[in-house]
Design a protein around this ligand. Structure first.
Ligand SMILES: C[S@@+](CC[C@H](N)C(=O)[O-])C[C@H]1O[C@@H](n2cnc3c(N)ncnc32)[C@H](O)[C@@H]1O
Length: 279
């Protein structure tokens, strides 16, 4: 897998502003380095998203970036620099996201550490579409509930469910690289996390789940709704994230068409999560 980059120089720019600028774009990560008279910003995209290079360049230029250049990277651990600069952070009232499992910071009292090294799979915990489901998962124990995480990425949501007592927990992803990251992440936890992981599609599963988690863009999720509903126990709960406000009507309609009732909505930033129930 290869990567493409866009670099730009700014007088001044902070992480939060940069994340806000890039939020709607298919960006894997970004880095801000001191460049003497200003800061050098590097934005990383998967080679598959090469077509978005111009859009990233335009966003950086509109925000005052100069000397904008596109480039590419050989396949190496290009996130190492980004990872080194990340710090642990809280999500909600329960979670503590630790990007450095080998040199962890103390966990504030009352929080659960999720050790997630930012690697080449979505799900470091910094994205609001992930966070909105972490907030749902902190609401109560899930002891012995059978949970499916569709599109598990780094495995973060599967791990959060497991930390809350869910078992068995199954996570799958169509991206085999994500599964290597998830398998590595499972071993990095403070507790003996148990997640059954596989690379593949929903069709491979012949089981029912009390809770199904799915954080994907609506265009990816839409074809899965019927199948996800069919894998729900009765009673059972489907939590969908990665939706935008504009997807609400279609997503609600699709859930109802699959025999579910939409029972709740959560919003974080521009991201919407739907809760739907069977039975
Ligand atoms: C936005 S990421 C979510 C990762 C993680 N669950 C989280 O919430 O941070 C979406 C993931 O879904 C995966 N994906 C997309 N379409 C899929 C499909 N049809 N079946 C399984 N996984 C899929 C992608 O490869 C990606 O890892």
């Amino acid at each position: 897998m290869g990567y493409v980059t866009v670099t730009a120089v700014f007088q001044q720019l902070d992480d939060e502003t940069l994340a806000g600028l890039l939020d709607p774009l298919p960006v894997l990560g970004c880095q801000i380095e001191d460049a003497g008279t200003g800061v050098l910003v590097t934005v990383y995209l998967d080679e598959r998203h090469r077509a978005s290079l111009d859009a990233v360049g335009d966003v950086l230029a509109a925000a005052g970036g100069e000397g904008i250049e596109a480039g590419s990277l050989e396949d190496r651990d290009w996130l190492a620099g980004y990872r080194a600069g990340t710090r642990p952070f809280p999500v909600g009232r329960l979670w503590w996201l630790e990007p450095h499992p080998d040199t962890p910071a103390p966990v504030p009292p009352g929080r659960i550490r999720l050790a997630i090294e930012p690697r080449s799979a979505f799900g470091s915990g910094s994205h609001e579409s992930t966070q909105v489901l972490l907030l749902a998962l902190e609401e109560g124990r899930l002891d012995d509930l059978c949970v499916l995480d569709a599109g598990t990425g780094s495995g973060i949501l599967a791990l959060a469910a497991n930390a809350q007592g869910a078992k068995p927990v199954v996570g799958f992803d169509i991206d085999p690289d994500a599964l290597f990251v998830a398998a590595h992440t499972v071993k990095a936890q403070d507790w003996q996390a148990r997640i059954l992981l596989f690379a593949g599609t929903l069709d491979a599963l012949d089981a029912h789940f009390d809770l199904i988690l799915c954080n994907m863009l609506w265009s990816q999720m839409e074809p899965l709704i019927q199948g996800l509903a069919e894998h729900l126990s009765a009673p059972g709960t489907l939590l969908l994230s990665g939706l935008l406000e504009a997807d609400d009507v279609a997503a609600t309609h699709a859930c109802e068409g699959a025999g579910l009732t939409v029972t709740g909505r959560r919003r974080l930033g521009e991201w919407l999560a739907l809760e739907a129930q069977r039975g």
